[in-house]
Design a binder for this molecule. Structure first.
Ligand SMILES: *[C@@H]1O[C@H](CO)[C@@H](O)[C@H](O)[C@H]1NC(C)=O
Ligand SMILES: *[C@@H]1O[C@H](CO)[C@@H](O)[C@H](O)[C@H]1NC(C)=O
Ligand SMILES: *[C@@H]1O[C@H](CO)[C@@H](O)[C@H](O)[C@H]1NC(C)=O
Ligand SMILES: *[C@@H]1O[C@H](CO)[C@@H](O)[C@H](O)[C@H]1NC(C)=O
Ligand SMILES: *[C@@H]1O[C@H](CO)[C@@H](O)[C@H](O)[C@H]1NC(C)=O
Length: 210
């Protein structure tokens, strides 16, 4: 080998070594989905300021986590409930409102979705049933999210769910399809108006506790 080919070899090896450290650069179609999702949101304190076309790498946007090798969007952390507020008005300014666009379901690799502590579409609007098509989800937190009404039975299609927090979103019965979530390890249904409250726990929930 002559010296120039050794240089090339060393260079290629250094380049290969640097590969695992490369940062995720988001997938354009997933970025467009996030921008559509943002369009339907109300964000009074502009927490999603980083979500715009000028910051092309959506993996660095607020609340977003991508896979470090495939760059697919894996997690959305959009909770507003970790903050202590003295008054309702300050809380409202911090929280997200508006509508959850069904385009969210285009994020086929999303496994973690936290929308807790917001005020989506407020009174009288139940959890959107399209969430039941997001079958990659393992963690879903919709607690205190402003939704209120029937728990859509489609939630029972989220067969990979391990964690499901539905505090303060439900009025009605617990759909028996929840019993199909065989991987579920955490389920919180407190602060709901569930029919049959004070009566026996539905048998399918008991079976899950075994
Ligand atoms: C990717 O992230 C995982 C944790 O999610 C970590 O264990 C792994 O080392 C990371 N890989 C690279 C190449 O950075
Ligand atoms: C993006 O960049 C353009 C041109 O620099 C600027 O006019 C525009 O206001 C920027 N938009 C945002 C959302 O920052
Ligand atoms: C999801 O669940 C609903 C109600 O439980 C059911 O009717 C529907 O066929 C399911 N959809 C898929 C894609 O499995
Ligand atoms: C709960 O649902 C029932 C039956 O649909 C309805 O009559 C009641 O007003 C609801 N409760 C609240 C607090 O919205
Ligand atoms: C839920 O489980 C029952 C059996 O326990 C099964 O008959 C039904 O098809 C399942 N539904 C879904 C949506 O997987």
């Amino acid at each position: 080998m002559n010296s120039s080919s050794i240089y090339i070899l060393v260079f290629v090896q250094l380049w290969l070594l640097s590969l695992p450290c490369r940062e995720s650069v988001c997938i354009p179609s997933e970025r467009e989905t996030l921008l559509k999702f943002k369009n339907n949101l109300i964000d009074p304190s502009n927490r999603l300021w980083s979500w715009n076309h000028n910051h092309t790498n959506c993996c660095h946007w607020y609340g977003v986590l991508c896979h470090n090798l495939t760059s697919h969007l894996l997690q959305l952390h959009l909770s507003s409930s970790d903050y202590a507020f003295y008054d309702e008005e300050a809380y409202r300014r911090w929280s997200f409102g508006g509508e959850i666009s069904p385009c969210l379901a285009d994020l086929k690799h999303l496994n973690y979705l936290d929308l807790s502590g917001n005020y989506f579409l407020g009174e009288g609007m139940s959890i959107p049933s399209f969430l039941g098509t997001m079958t990659s989800l393992t963690h879903l937190d919709l607690s205190h999210s402003g939704f209120y009404g029937m728990i859509p039975p489609q939630i029972g299609n989220l067969s990979n769910l391990v964690y499901l927090d539905l505090r303060s979103v439900a009025n009605g019965t617990v759909p028996s399809q929840i019993g199909n979530l065989s991987k579920l390890r955490y389920l919180d249904l407190t602060y709901n108006h569930l029919l049959g409250e004070g009566m026996a726990i539905p048998s399918f929930l008991c079976a899950m506790l075994d």
